[in-house]
Design a protein around this ligand. Structure first.
Ligand SMILES: [Mg+2]
Length: 309
């Protein structure tokens, strides 16, 4: 299940090629959150990926990769571009300040560092970052069930698709649709229909163990789950597990054949390459779901690529 990032202490990454400067900054910021260090641009990018900091204090003057270059890499990576970047530099000219802000930094601090100024600016930007995280989180959620919405799904799928393309690992998707849901609404009313969807959303979230397994409401009574590093067999297994979990809820449905709410599940998995797009993966999943409906519902189907004759 997704955890609420806003409840966690702030994470700050301090980047400077001088260990003396890092020690000084760490001392100044010591009780403002969790602190990570890097002494060069390459390390900074790696640690930013691993630790997902809220704020990065970035020295401009560093050998090999300077602060502007590090910033450029951070801004190009959708998984890192949300971090607030404050440049720290010994230059005090307007020209440098403009260049820093144009590179995507939120602020600019000149050396020699004045501790109260550093603390005040860091506090301001951490507060702004937390507020924008909160807004983004609300904008990404389905109001009724609390799981991610369709827009968030599209964003997450394209990030995961690219990540799996780089790592050459299989990416799985499972799409689920509640069987005879129109009959359910007709029989029990829309309020109870909404309750039913909330129970199902909760069960799917509870069956998704790894943090990156993102559960989304895709449409009316359709949910979709992104399964990182999962091949066809693992994705299929997850689909069966999901179907069983919905059985276990035993939500009464007198207008369905079994007398309880069931779901049909379509799954697909692939190592993303140039011949495939995120949209096509969703279409494959949808085709598999359609096949599951056609096989009589309450079952799981894996997308099979058409074989060459
Ligand atoms: Mg330096």
């Amino acid at each position: 299940m997704e955890c609420d990032q806003t409840a966690l202490p702030a994470r700050m990454l301090l980047v400077d090629d001088s260990p003396t400067n890092l020690r000084f900054l760490a001392h100044v910021l010591h009780n403002m959150g969790e602190i990570f260090f890097a002494t060069c641009g390459q390390d900074a990018l790696q640690i930013a990926r691993d630790k997902q900091p809220d704020l990065i204090l970035l020295d401009v003057e560093m050998p090999a990769m300077n602060g502007y270059e590090v910033c450029q890499h951070l801004k190009q990576d959708p998984a890192l571009s949300d971090a607030a970047i404050i440049f720290v530099t010994s230059h005090q000219s307007m020209e440098h300040e403009v260049r820093a802000l144009e590179a995507g930094a939120v602020d600019f601090i000149s050396k020699p560092l004045n501790p109260p100024v550093v603390r005040a600016r860091v506090r301001t930007h951490l507060t702004l970052k937390q507020q924008s995280d909160k807004l983004r989180q609300l904008a990404n959620r389905d109001g009724m069930t609390g799981v991610f919405n369709r827009r968030a799904f599209d964003d997450m799928l394209s990030v995961e698709f690219r990540r799996h393309q780089r790592t050459r690992m299989p990416l799985g998707i499972a799409m689920l649709d509640v069987d005879f849901f129109k009959r359910y609404n007709d029989l029990y009313g829309h309020l109870q229909g909404d309750d039913c969807l909330r129970h199902i959303a909760h069960a799917i979230v509870a069956s998704s163990r790894r943090p990156a397994e993102s559960v989304c409401r895709y449409g009316g009574e359709e949910f979709i789950v992104i399964l990182p590093n999962s091949d066809a067999q693992q994705t299929l297994k997850y689909g069966h597990w999901l179907r069983e979990q919905i059985h276990r809820l035993a939500l009464p449905h007198q207008a369905a054949e079994l007398g309880i709410v069931t779901v049909s599940v379509g799954v697909t998995a692939a190592i993303p390459d140039a011949s495939l797009s995120p949209l096509q993966m969703v279409q494959h999943c949808d085709q598999a779901l359609y096949a599951a409906k056609h096989q009589g519902r309450d079952c799981v189907c894996l997308f099979q690529a058409p074989q060459d004759p």
